[in-house]
Design a protein around this ligand. Structure first.
Ligand SMILES: Cc1cc2nc3c(=O)[nH]c(=O)nc-3n(C[C@H](O)[C@H](O)[C@H](O)COP(=O)(O)OP(=O)(O)OC[C@H]3O[C@@H](n4cnc5c(N)ncnc54)[C@H](O)[C@@H]3O)c2cc1C
Length: 397
């Protein structure tokens, strides 16, 4: 195996890595994917909420869907509830194990080869090829390839080793799957005591099961434990034992997502919505753009950093502004006190403003910056004025 020169080696069989493996193998390239886990989608800490746009683009069939979302209850720090509903389905909750398996199967059906239980431990750039060092079932092996795609999630070691920089801003997500009663709708909780700098959620996945989770700037597990205790106290949790998983989520982008013979996609590149921590769709868009740029580079045998820099230009055009506006909006939200967040609920709840925004052309499940700007137009209201002030001060400093 290791004597052969592959066209592309992908590091990581998450949604981004397997999707690019699918695209490139469909174009006829020899693609190999190395994944450190023993199978795709094992023990993934993720709620799996994706927009209808993302669901259609992934094209993995309805077997991966747990539930559909067209309404949600938003709770203020004091417990005030704002319920919003749309006529159409806005999002799907997908089972990550099944989703990752489905994308892997699609790639395999196009000829991509997978090596599981095979962590990549080093990448050594060369002039005519690039070497990938792995531990295949514990045995050290070196593979040669024309190009490498890093799709290994938020793990700074390999990008940093290749001189591509390091993402320093991140949130921590924690989640548990629980048995519940009386949970029939998506619930979102706000408040700096509940989830500092972000929010918490309760997402039903079947008649008596739900994900409860949160994003926070720190101590996510501890805050989730408090929320679980709270929900238990309300008699809504019926599980005896709860296992909490946690994972860091990048909320900033890699300085360079390309190098000689290398591209970086998905969480590894910071292609994640900073408002919600959702990375499946933006990583998928990154994978699509990377596949197009790599196809051109492989067919012209020009895999220099100069040629591959087109990837970064293109994905920044597609989602750069969105990521940076959302980044600052979430940052400014993190500076608000619970009283000010309560004030926001008063604004949105009192005169039907939330419904107006929801039904306006500014609302999109994936693209939040239009909505953020629309909200900031109501800047005569104090909490929004403060967000606007913080945003402009930070962006112009
Ligand atoms: C609590 C929580 C809830 C979330 N909920 C949502 C949600 O509802 N919707 C949404 O869109 N996003 C959500 N996310 C984010 C989402 O999970 C990620 O954005 C998404 O998984 C990123 O996909 P990826 O393919 O880039 O990376 P990953 O899914 O992280 O896949 C990377 C793969 O690379 C493998 N790997 C790593 N290093 C190596 C190595 N050296 N060698 C070989 N293999 C390696 C890993 O084992 C992994 O399988 C959530 C995250 C958290 C923490």
């Amino acid at each position: 195996m290791s004597g052969q020169l592959y066209d592309v080696i992908v590091v990581g069989a998450g949604p981004a890595g397997s999707y690019i493996a699918y695209e490139l193998s469909s174009s006829g390239y020899d693609v190999v994917v190395f994944e450190e886990k023993s199978a795709p989608g094992l023990n993934v800490c993720c709620t799996g909420i994706i927009s209808t746009e993302c669901f259609q683009s992934l094209d993995c069939g309805t077997d991966v869907v747990l539930t559909k979302v067209n309404s949600a209850k938003f709770f203020s720090p004091s417990g005030r509830c704002l319920r919003l509903q749309t006529k159409n389905v806005q999002a799907y909750v997908v089972n990550r194990l099944l989703l990752d398996k489905a994308i892997t199967s699609k790639a395999q059906s196009q000829g991509a080869q997978y090596f599981f239980s095979s962590p990549v431990i080093d990448i050594i750039p060369g002039k005519d090829s690039i070497q990938v060092e792995t531990l295949c079932f514990g045995a050290r092996e070196i593979f040669s390839t024309r190009a490498v795609v890093l799709a290994n999630g938020f793990r700074p070691k390999l990008p940093r080793k290749l001189g591509l920089g390091k993402i320093t801003n991140f949130l921590v997500g924690a989640q548990a799957e629980i048995e519940v009663k009386n949970v029939d709708e998506f619930e979102v909780y706000f408040g700096q005591e509940i989830a500092p700098g972000a929010f918490a959620w309760l997402v039903p996945t079947s008649a008596n099961k739900a994900y409860v989770g949160l994003l926070a700037i720190s101590q996510a597990k501890l805050h989730l434990q408090k929320l679980l205790n709270n929900l238990s106290g309300q008699g809504r949790i019926t599980s005896r034992e709860v296992e909490i998983g946690q994972k860091a989520i990048p909320v900033g982008t890699l300085a360079r997502s390309y190098g000689d013979r290398v591209l970086v996609i998905g969480d590894a590149a910071g292609q994640v919505k900073p408002t919600t921590g959702g990375g499946i769709y933006f990583g998928h868009l990154g994978a699509k753009i990377a596949a197009e740029v790599l196809d051109e580079a492989l067919s012209s045998d020009n895999l220099t950093a100069g040629q591959l820099s087109r990837y970064q230009k293109q994905w920044k055009v597609k989602m750069g502004k969105e990521l940076s506006r959302s980044y600052w909006a979430r940052w400014a939200y993190g500076k608000l006190s619970d009283r000010q967040i309560e004030g926001l609920f008063n604004v949105f709840g009192s005169n039907g403003m939330a419904e107006v925004l929801l039904n306006s052309g500014d609302f999109s499940f994936d693209w939040h910056s239009k909505l953020i700007l629309a909200v900031l137009r109501h800047s005569s209201v104090y909490p929004l004025l403060r967000i606007r002030h913080l945003l402009f001060r930070e962006v112009s400093s």
